[in-house]
Design a protein around this ligand. Structure first.
Ligand SMILES: NC(=O)c1ccc[n+]([C@@H]2O[C@H](COP(=O)([O-])OP(=O)(O)OC[C@H]3O[C@@H](n4cnc5c(N)ncnc54)[C@H](O)[C@@H]3O)[C@@H](O)[C@H]2O)c1
Length: 258
């Protein structure tokens, strides 16, 4: 069955992979990203492949903009069935600087921005779509967490992603009797621009990734976007109708060894 899906942060990386996989499976996709050019490019790619996509420019940390994103979805497609909360400040976001926040001296501006993009946005997006999903008696919400919930990354990132798991449980319970499931996916290391951009060059990045996965990940390789997208497709399908409030690790066994 063709559904309408909003995927935040789908201008590039994992979110783009999610949007393309949903479109490949016949769903109509809202490509939502604060980077308007990237959102348009992903939507065009989907259309070129024969799919249906609407690009929307949105900062998910702005509740008014999130409301606008959902209104644009309803205006174009008449409904919303699937919400994927994937957008987050992560690797190369200078405003977040995830490798450098000191809990004793780091600025509260950084703290608030990280919490607002990675955590508050999920509250805004869930609240904005919930009335539509509840009225239909069917809905799927998938929140992007991280393997970083299982260890301390030494910065705000783990904190925000742990909170994503807590919010997943809260919204799963709030929507459980409405036919709406809410789950999280916790990917292991996945090679995207935001990982590659942390290094001076691609060669150094690939060498680090190879060394890291060889020593930490039992499967000996990073996740591909396809590894993650296949799990997303399961969670948003009718096959997963009795699965809710779960945080599903997709990490090649990495966190089983921590
Ligand atoms: N890559 C990994 O190894 C990995 C591992 C675990 C979890 N994750 C999580 O997966 C998600 C995607 O990761 P990625 O590697 O593709 O990241 P990425 O940085 O490559 O992509 C993130 C996308 O989100 C968009 N975005 C950022 N802030 C936004 C905002 N305020 N409003 C709207 N859009 C915004 C960016 O423009 C970008 O297109 C993130 O939630 C990240 O924490 C990634």
């Amino acid at each position: 069955m063709s559904r309408v899906a909003i995927v935040t942060g789908s201008g590039r990386g994992i979110g783009k992979g999610y949007a393309c996989a949903l479109a490949d499976h016949g769903h109509r996709v809202v490509v939502a990203d604060r980077n308007e050019a990237a959102a348009k490019a992903t939507a065009q790619e989907i259309r070129n492949a024969g799919g249906t996509a609407l690009p929307v420019s949105v900062d998910v940390a702005d509740p008014g903009a999130v409301e606008g994103m959902v209104q644009a979805t309803l205006a174009e497609f008449g409904t919303v069935d699937i919400l994927v909360n994937n957008a987050a400040l992560f690797g190369d976001d200078v405003e977040f600087n995830p490798t450098g926040w000191d809990p004793l001296e780091g600025t509260m501006e950084q703290y608030r921005r990280a919490m607002s993009v990675n955590v508050d946005s999920i509250v805004y997006c869930c609240r904005a779509v919930a009335p539509v999903m509840k009225a239909k008696g069917w809905g799927r919400i998938v929140n992007q967490s991280s393997a970083a919930v299982y260890y301390d990354t030494g910065n705000l990132y783990s904190l925000t992603k742990l909170t994503v798991v807590g919010l997943t449980r809260l919204y799963a319970r709030a929507l459980a009797s409405s036919g709406v499931t809410v789950n999280a996916i916790s990917p292991g290391m996945t090679v995207t621009e935001s990982i590659l951009n942390r290094f001076a060059g691609e060669e150094q990045a690939r060498a680090y990734i190879a060394e890291f996965t060889a020593s930490h990940v039992p499967m000996g390789r990073p996740a591909s976007v396809e590894d993650l997208a296949s799990v997303l497709l399961f969670l948003v399908s009718d096959a997963a109708s009795y699965v809710t409030a779960q945080n599903l690790s997709v990490d090649g066994g990495w966190t089983n060894r921590i």
